[in-house]
Design a protein around this ligand. Structure first.
Ligand code: HMG
Ligand code: MG
Length: 298
């Protein structure tokens, strides 16, 4: 069942940086995107078109998107929670937009200020408008195993949300462990619930590493045949509406795991480590990637 090739989506510039308290200059974000594409990433989640009052760090979305020297064959995706965000994003021509919902009601309220049902009503016209404009559509599903406000989330909730996402025309979905509490069998149950609505090629794993389980969860997802994953260079990040949650699993660590298993990624690990060093130095903190720290210590 284990795939021979994996497609990695680096969400560092968006998920990784959105929670940084100090503004990160647009030029640094642009340079990070450039370094990621130079390392062989074929998909990069660049920014979000959300309220700058809610997430000030993403207020420079237009500057960042318009400043990137785009490379053919690389997909640039952005988050758009509503039509207002979509209309702003459209001017910057992303290849893909991401609507983001949650399997937990409380998280939906805290993150996007509406219920799950209301979020789907808001997403539907965004999805339709994106498709009409020839832009691909992904749906992020937060809290698929656990919620910072509601605790454990059963797979039935994921089944429900994935069905709603499918119903409005979302093309592929991310099974996210927003706060990194999942363990392999729970994550597999969330993925299996999603597979009732989406084929394996349209399901990706998005694992935060708060409890140190993200690589194990990645392997568990690989065992189900999942071959799309989101990760953050240097393990950057955390969600502003999920207190204490750390970053996504580090892209370097996932690449090391995959290459070690003979799985192709198309990524140059050394160049990726350099990209991670670049942003870690800017943030003035050690990289969250164990692989990066080990390689640099050699
Ligand atoms: P709201 O306050 O309910 O929205 O926020 P509203 O429609 O009532 O508008 C209020 C104000 O926001 C108005 O401005 C709007 O113009 C403005 P005012 O008249 O007061 O000056 N506004 C916007 N401005 C810019 N862009 C927009 C936009 N929409 C409204 N798109 C809203 C609703 C969704 C906007 C808000 O809750 C929000 O921005 N939330 C951001 C949430 C976010 O970005 N969270 C982090 C990303 S999700 C994540 O990290 C999880 C993920 O990684 C997967 C995982 O790990 O789980 C994807
Ligand atoms: Mg996330």
């Amino acid at each position: 069942n284990i795939p021979s090739k994996v497609h990695l989506i680096d969400v560092g510039p968006r998920d990784g940086l959105q929670n940084e308290k100090q503004p990160v200059p647009a030029a640094v974000k642009i340079e990070l995107v450039h370094r990621l594409q130079a390392a062989g990433l074929k998909e990069i989640e660049v920014t979000s078109y959300v309220s700058p009052k809610w997430v000030p760090q993403m207020a420079d979305n237009h500057e960042v998107m318009s400043g990137i020297a785009r490379q053919t064959g690389v997909r640039y995706s952005v988050l758009t929670p509503n039509l207002k965000g979509f209309e702003a994003a459209l001017l910057d021509r992303p290849d893909e937009i991401v609507v983001f919902g949650a399997a937990s009601e409380a998280f939906s309220q805290k993150n996007i200020n509406c219920s799950i049902a209301e979020s789907i009503e808001r997403f539907a016209p965004v999805v339709a408008a994106a498709k009409a404009a020839g832009i691909a559509v992904r749906g992020a599903m937060s809290c698929t195993v656990g919620c910072p406000y509601e605790g454990e989330i059963p797979p039935e909730r994921v089944d429900y949300l994935a069905g709603l996402m499918k119903g409005i025309g979302v093309e592929r979905v991310d099974v996210a462990d927003t706060i990194g509490v999942g363990t392999p069998h729970k994550v597999q149950a969330a993925i299996e619930a999603t597979l009732k609505h989406f084929p394996i090629a349209q399901v990706s794993g998005h694992f935060h590493d708060t409890y140190g389980q993200a690589l194990s969860n990645t392997l568990a997802a690989l065992e189900l045949g999942v071959w799309n994953f989101q990760s953050s260079v240097a393990g950057l990040g955390g969600c502003p509406y999920a207190k204490g949650a750390t970053g996504n699993v580090a892209t370097e660590d996932v690449v090391y795991l995959l290459h070690g298993m003979g799985i192709e990624t198309g990524i140059d690990l050394d160049a990726l480590v350099d990209a991670g060093q670049f942003i870690s130095e800017h943030l003035n903190r050690p990289s969250g990637s164990r692989v990066s720290r080990a390689l640099l210590a050699k």
